[in-house]
Design a binder for this molecule. Structure first.
Ligand SMILES: NC(=O)c1ccc[n+]([C@@H]2O[C@H](COP(=O)([O-])OP(=O)(O)OC[C@H]3O[C@@H](n4cnc5c(N)ncnc54)[C@H](O)[C@@H]3O)[C@@H](O)[C@H]2O)c1
Length: 339
């Protein structure tokens, strides 16, 4: 199988590449990204061809034509950018990805597309279900919803191509996948990275941890090793189990409020020699969402997936508890000497 991964140098792409090159030696990967820093150690492998291409500038039509399955993972997935530069989010997350979908339709290729838990928005269901829960977003002046809407619109376009043109697709919805190499820890500006990296970089840079709106928001954190296990099953697609399906890929057992997450990370940090003295000085403080992200922000109080479908069709179940996941991330960054 020839797999085209666009955005292969990112968090998910990098972990997926590692797994494919280690355990699926009969698969060949065409990897595309503007940045290969996180995957440079993999590029000498004969099972991968890397192309440094900016998909906003250059066509990748021939790569779509030449593969069997395409995973268009390139996107901006950072709430701070949804608010400060919504058009950039639209151009990459929607327009550039739409073009890839059109080529996949033209050349009859299989598409595995990363939707997002964000499409459920402010849905009040206790557990979000792929075919039942509503997608609830806020007013246009809350531009943070441009990410959710861009992804939702692509979900709908892909679904429609499935109906009309028989497009062979799978949509997967990650719920806060976390693991080593999530984001760059060197930048500690407000909202510069996803929450786990943000809190760690606050500690490293001796800045207080800020709980946006009090930190009572609930999220379900999913260890990237579990998540990649689901993705591999989707790629394999045994007996067409993933064909024209939407899957929530999350860990409902790893629910935590952002406030609890902050305390968990700070407590863990005290066990690492490099962080101990820093962590003892850090305070956890509350901050108004508009002060932190700007007026275009609106929050999601609660986000827990139903994973019944992934359990039934993919025979997949996440295993790694949140604490273990956090430890793995911190070990990868700070090489613990005492636990
Ligand atoms: N990580 C999560 O928990 C999560 C949650 C929901 C949805 N997703 C979706 O999964 C996908 C992958 O997420 P991720 O966490 O790996 O993101 P990431 O930001 O780590 O990776 C995205 C990659 O795309 C590349 N890229 C950006 N602009 C590009 C361009 N113009 N041309 C070529 N490459 C470009 C980046 O260099 C980066 O390596 C995204 O579509 C994201 O929206 C992820």
């Amino acid at each position: 199988m020839k797999i085209l991964i666009v955005g292969a140098g990112g968090f998910i792409g990098g972990h997926l590449l590692e797994e494919i090159l280690k355990n699926h030696r009969n698969w060949h990967v065409i990897a595309i990204d503007i940045n290969a820093d996180k995957i440079s150690h993999l590029l000498a492998d004969e099972n991968i061809n890397f192309f440094k291409i900016d998909i906003l500038q250059d066509s990748i039509e021939k790569h779509v034509r030449d593969c069997d399955v395409v995973l268009p993972l390139a996107a901006i997935a950072s709430p701070a950018v949804y608010v400060t530069d919504p058009l950039r989010v639209f151009e990459l997350d929607f327009e550039a990805n739409l073009q890839i979908i059109k080529w996949a339709v033209k050349y009859e290729k299989r598409v595995i597309f990363p939707s997002t838990s964000e499409v459920y928005g402010m849905c009040e269901d206790e557990e979000f279900r792929e075919d039942e829960s509503n997608c609830v977003t806020g007013p246009v002046c809350k531009q943070r919803w441009i990410y959710s809407c861009s992804k939702q619109m692509l979900d709908r376009v892909i679904y429609a191509h499935g109906l009309k043109n028989n497009l062979n697709y799978t949509l997967f919805r990650p719920f806060n996948w976390i693991g080593p190499k999530l984001d760059d820890i060197s930048n500690s500006d407000n909202g510069s990275s996803r929450v786990v990296t943000q809190f760690l970089s606050n500690i490293v840079h001796e800045k207080d941890i800020k709980l946006v709106g009090g930190g009572n928001q609930i999220r379900s954190f999913t260890d990237v090793s579990d998540a990649i296990g689901a993705l591999i099953k989707i790629i394999k697609n045994e007996n067409n189990c993933a064909t024209r399906q939407i899957f929530n890929i999350g860990n409902p057992n790893n629910q935590a409020s952002i406030k609890n997450l902050a305390h968990e990370i700070l407590d863990l940090a005290k066990k690492y020699d490099r962080l101990k003295s820093l962590a003892e000085k850090i305070k956890i403080v509350e901050i108004n969402p508009h002060e932190y992200y700007g007026k275009g922000y609106q929050d999601v109080a609660y986000r827990v997936p139903s994973i019944e479908r992934a359990e039934a069709l993919l025979q997949w179940k996440p295993k790694v508890p949140l604490k273990e996941s956090l430890q793995k991330i911190m070990d990868s960054l700070f090489k613990t000497t005492s636990k």
